[in-house]
Design a protein around this ligand. Structure first.
Ligand code: MLC
Ligand code: AMP
Length: 512
């Protein structure tokens, strides 16, 4: 029987010519397919030499690098569970993730080793390694002594491959448990749906410019290239100038809307520079119709917008093949093959064409459950096994899905999720704060950003700057409100509920 380990299928897709370049980096390094094979074998052997229990979590908070990607692949290869962590997370956040996931191995940047290792050892983690973005660190040093031969661990489709933490509306992050089968099914569907080209058809080259600690960069982009044996141009950070300079050598680009907004401001972007490009994919946040139109005018290409989640990987996509329909701006396209998407009313009844309700999804891409949260997991699934996305939308007569809002109180800023409940919780604990509310308002670069409204306790003297400074020392930078106002009171309805809609309305023109 075929090995259900995702890595086994990715490895099978490597080209026969293992000496060919698999990854070219923005600092001039080339990695062949053989390098990937050997390095993942060495790292997998290192992990296996640690005598980890089955299902051990490998938590990783490191800067983006090819070695970080290799560590992800090696974790799959050895059959352990990968737990990626945003590099912006600070000690309180890391403390929660490590305490909750109880990883057997933690890998961090050497500059963070002091505080991360303290948290990890306190939580019972036995192994803490460092990995830096210049190919140094104790992880690579140790792996250098391991064999470059390794047999891929046998896993079933239902076995856990990764845990992705997504914040919760109550402020507590939940770890979405994704299996080898979830990710493999999605990668195979997208390979076909987005028309990835075989080598005989001329092949594809992906510009990889997203972080590799979330679904978009780690799964959609990376698996897409690997499962097609396609070369990647690897950007450690998103730099619009570099991306534009590499477009003549590439065929596919994937980005959150902010990346497209920034690329549109890059003087070199024109129809000539994208002449070899075949596909631009956007997702993770709503793509404004202005950006969609401007991209068409500037480059002659129509962005393909798709919709996904940490819990479900990709669930819908606009068509690549125009015989299946046009790529329609403002929509997220059709349910992907094999994925069922429906819209339900508040009473749990199916809604008809163009009726607005909660988007629900079922399919081989949908996660197992939240890590150690059986009750929360049960709440998020319907009796007939559909996952409630928390997004609000509609489906038209042709099957195009449009997201019109969210039932979850969530702000998506530059493709990162910010849960107001979490930030409000931190603000409310600051001295002199009675209460607070965080709302999302439009922003020309990040799409949406958080604005905090804070109410002082009687006789307390609160300053917006002090509040922001206090948050900066505790929370990831993208969660910091871009503006903070100290007001006498919050608007409330007759039931006493804070009327966030009024705050959103009041501040909607702050940045636009
Ligand atoms: C950085 N900042 C942000 C921010 N990123 N603030 C709000 N939202 C963000 N996303 C802060 C910085 O800390 C800094 O604050 C200030 O804003 C300006 O920073 P910058 O230099 O402009 O930021 P930069 O490093 O260039 O990063 C911007 C970015 C990055 C857009 C390149 O945010 C990014 O890579 N986003 C992609 C996220 C992503 O991959 N999402 C996929 C999730 S998967 P200060 O105070 O220090 O000046 C998912 C599922 C799916 O959602 O469907 O795909
Ligand atoms: P995350 O929890 O980080 O995986 O974020 C998932 C959320 O991102 C979804 O529930 C949506 O709200 C949002 N999202 C992803 N893709 C799109 C898109 N194309 N348009 C609008 N929202 C999107």
């Amino acid at each position: 029987m075929k090995n259900g380990n995702l890595f086994a299928t990715l490895r099978d897709a490597f080209p026969a010519d293992l000496k060919a370049i698999a990854v070219e980096t923005d600092n001039g390094l080339n990695y062949s397919w053989q390098d990937i094979d050997r390095a993942t074998a060495m790292l997998a052997n290192l992990l296996e030499s640690l005598n980890l229990p089955s299902g051990a979590r490998i938590a990783v908070q490191v800067e983006k690098s090819v070695e970080a990607m290799l560590l992800y692949l090696a974790t799959l290869r050895a059959g352990y569970v990968f737990l990626p962590l945003n590099t912006a997370y600070q000690s309180a956040e890391i403390d929660y993730f490590i305490g909750n996931a109880e990883p057997a191995v933690v890998v961090c940047s050497s500059k963070n080793f002091g505080w991360v290792s303290k948290i990890a050892f306190n939580a019972g983690t036995q192994n803490v390694f460092t990995l830096d973005d210049d190919r140094t660190g104790s992880l690579v040093q140790r792996a250098a002594h391991c064999s470059d031969q390794h047999t891929v661990a046998v896993r079933q489709a239902d076995d856990l491959a990764a845990i992705l933490y997504t914040s919760g509306t109550t402020g507590r992050s939940k770890g979405a448990m994704l299996t080898h089968g979830n990710m493999l099914s999605n990668a195979l569907v997208l390979k076909d749906y987005w028309g990835w080209r075989t080598r005989e058809q001329g092949g594809d080259v992906l510009i990889h410019a997203l972080p590799i600690f979330h679904v978009h960069g780690l799964f959609v982009a990376l698996h897409g290239a690997l499962i097609n044996g396609s070369k990647m141009i690897w950007c450690a950070k998103f730099d619009p100038k570099f991306v534009v300079s590499k477009m003549p050598e590439a065929t596919i680009f994937m980005g959150v809307p902010t990346l497209y907004v920034r690329l549109l401001s890059e003087p070199g972007l024109d129809k000539h520079v994208v002449r070899n490009m075949r596909l631009f994919v956007a997702g993770s946040a709503p793509l404004l119709i202005e950006t969609f139109n401007q991209w068409q005018q500037t480059t002659g290409h129509t962005i393909l917008e798709r919709y996904g989640m940490s819990e479900t990987t990709m669930l819908t996509s606009n068509p690549y093949d125009l015989s299946q329909g046009e790529r329609r701006g403002g929509t997220v396209g059709f349910a992907l093959p094999g994925v069922q998407v429906r819209v339900q009313g508040d009473d749990g009844k199916a809604l008809g064409t163009n009726e607005i309700g909660g988007i629900e999804v079922k399919g081989p891409n949908v996660f197992k459950a939240y890590w150690r949260m059986p009750e929360k997991s049960a709440e998020e699934f319907t009796e007939d096994g559909f996952f409630k996305t928390g997004d609000i939308g509609k489906i038209d007569q042709s099957g195009y899905i449009t997201i019109v809002g969210r039932s979850k109180d969530l702000i998506i800023s530059g493709g990162y999720n910010v849960y107001p409940a979490e930030i409000e919780g931190y603000i409310n604990e600051l001295p002199g704060v009675a209460e607070s509310a965080l709302v999302g308002v439009p922003h020309p670069d990040f799409g949406e950003v958080g604005v905090a409204v804070v109410i002082a306790k009687p006789n307390a003297l609160l300053k917006a700057d002090t509040i922001v400074a206090a948050l900066k020392s505790t929370l990831a930078n993208f969660k910091i409100p871009k503006q903070c106002f100290v007001l006498p009171e919050l608007p409330r309805n007759t039931m006493g509920k804070v009327q966030k809609n009024l705050l959103r309305e009041q501040y909607k023109s702050l940045f636009t």
